[in-house]
Design a protein around this ligand. Structure first.
Ligand code: NDP
Length: 475
């Protein structure tokens, strides 16, 4: 099946090459070639403050019961000095370094050494060797999709340990949370720095590198498009999925275990957060092959934004609800809990169906049915670095006819549900929805800018057909 698709693709490309004799000077999409002052200012701000923001949130929970204002008020009133807060912060420990090294090594082994077997017995699951999208240089990378398997093995071992083996306490992650933060930072900076050096001296594909000449921009947004070590170790796929997203559900489980240890019960809010975020994580791995066609893999270069972000930002800030609930064990009324569950499930449904519609549409080249009808679409074309002209389609029916990024809207509804599960006492658990609203709105604008330069006038025809971005009739 894969071989047949490959031949078909090669045939199509050849045909397209024959149609197009001219050679484009540079890639038509991907991250910027030039840095404007606003991007540079944002990047400098993030490089300086993102690690501090993460530290501030985690420290607020550890030292101030998750109050975001109390540390500032304490400092402003002169009750505390920065050094007092810092001195009470746990340092890097050998134990945390050992746990973290073992964790990352284990994930590397699962990623590199065990070819996917899930697709052999799970109907409908797409795993094993899969192709990514065409890069600006016209390369089509192959990926070993085995994230679901890695997630299952990791979690089976986790539960086996928690209920039978008792090698370590399931609260291990919570108990070492700040020392592990230092380890995650070390890995995040190391991998981003390595990616930068690699981009200069031994890139995987030199044609897919971008240099703006601005050190900070290149460090943050990455030089190489798809850095790899050897044939299969793909930085983007590994770092986003494995230390980041596999860890997400384990971290939540550890927080639930801590609640049990401290209060003798796990609250319904903690169960909701574990279940809703668990569905999101499982969805990610079930659809890992689809992820190859998302912006992270198709457009973003690998730099600090992805490297550090996957190691630190994601596991530490996406799990704030669970952490908060350890310090504030909220027991929700049945109506509140059901409301949160419904919102979370509806958001997930919209998120999944919208993503599925695009995936199906693209996989079948429009030869499918969306809501029982043939999909409507706009024909478009774009050119890669080597001058090859490609043809594509932008769907204008299904959820893609409602808004240009209705998948983000569903994602935001789910994100809001996680936050609402934590009650209304503190702002800290609401960081996630605030952050996701900024991230996805910015991502939406970024994507549209990129699509506009990729598809040119065809993109204009598309935006005329689907005028709203996230909320039909509003935005
Ligand atoms: P999309 O899946 O929406 O992909 C955007 C791309 O799809 C565009 O660049 C374009 O690519 C193509 N496209 C756009 N419009 C159409 C259309 N009408 N018909 C067909 N193809 C179209 O975005 P993301 O990759 O950002 O997001 C994927 C999912 O991941 C989303 O649901 C998002 O919510 C989620 N996400 C979650 C994050 C988190 O931190 N939790 C972070 C980021 C994303 P092409 O060049 O191929 O035409």
């Amino acid at each position: 099946m894969a071989g047949h698709q490959e031949k078909k693709l090669a045939g199509e490309r050849k045909h397209q090459n024959m149609q197009n004799g001219t050679k484009a000077s540079q890639g038509q999409w991907g991250r910027a070639w030039e840095v404007d002052w606003f991007s540079l200012a944002s990047i400098l701000f993030l490089l300086m403050f993102a690690p501090l923001i993460v530290y501030y949130f985690i420290m607020s929970c550890a030292q101030y019961q998750c109050s975001l204002t109390d540390p500032l008020l304490d400092l402003l009133a002169g009750n505390k000095h920065l050094s007092d807060i810092w001195n009470r912060t746990p340092t890097l420990t050998y134990r945390a370094a050992g746990i973290y090294s073992l964790w990352v090594t284990f994930q590397v082994v699962l990623y590199m050494s065990i070819p996917d077997f899930c697709h052999k017995f799970l109907p409908g699951y797409v795993g094993g060797v899969q192709e990514g999208a065409v890069t600006p240089a016209g390369v089509v990378n192959k990926y070993e999709i085995n994230g679901l398997q890695a997630w299952i093995i990791t979690h089976v071992l986790w539960f086996a340990n928690a209920f039978c083996l008792h090698f370590f306490s399931p609260t291990i992650i919570f108990d070492n949370w700040i020392p592990l933060l230092w380890c995650a930072n070390i890995l995040g900076y190391a991998v981003s720095t390595f990616a930068m050096i690699k981009g200069y001296f031994f890139p995987t594909n030199a044609k897919d590198c971008k240099f703006t000449g601005n050190f900070f921009y290149d460090y943050m947004m990455g030089i190489e498009f798809n850095p790899r070590i050897g044939k299969w170790f793909d930085f983007k796929l590994f770092f986003n999925g494995r230390p980041g997203i596999v860890a997400w559900t384990l971290i939540n489980l550890s927080f639930a275990a801590k609640q049990q240890e401290l209060y003798g019960e796990v609250t319904n809010s903690m169960i909701l957060v574990n279940v809703l975020q668990g569905i999101y994580v499982l969805d990610f791995f079930w659809n890992e092959a689809w992820y190859l066609k998302t912006i992270d893999i198709c457009h973003d270069h690998f730099g600090w934004y992805l490297g550090w972000g996957d190691c630190v930002w994601l596991p530490y800030l996406y799990t704030l609800q669970g952490l908060y609930l350890v310090y504030h064990p909220v027991q929700l009324s049945t109506a509140h809990a059901v409301g949160v569950l419904m919102l979370g499930l509806l958001g997930y449904y919209i998120f999944r169906v919208t993503n599925h519609q695009k995936d199906l549409f693209r996989r079948t080249n429009g030869n499918c049915r969306i809501w029982g009808k043939r999909p409507e679409y706009i024909e478009c074309s774009y050119t890669s670095v080597d001058g090859t002209k490609y043809y594509s389609k932008l769907m204008t029916s299904g959820f893609w006819g409602w808004a240009r990024h209705f998948n983000y809207t569903g994602d935001l509804m789910g994100s809001l549900a996680y936050c609402l599960a934590c009650g209304f006492e503190h702002i800290l658990p609401y960081f996630y929805i605030i952050y996701m609203s900024i991230l996805l709105t910015h991502r939406c604008l970024r994507d549209e800018h990129r699509c506009s330069s990729k598809y040119g006038k065809d993109w204009k025809r598309y935006t005329a057909a689907v005028p709203y971005r996230l909320l039909p009739g509003i935005f």
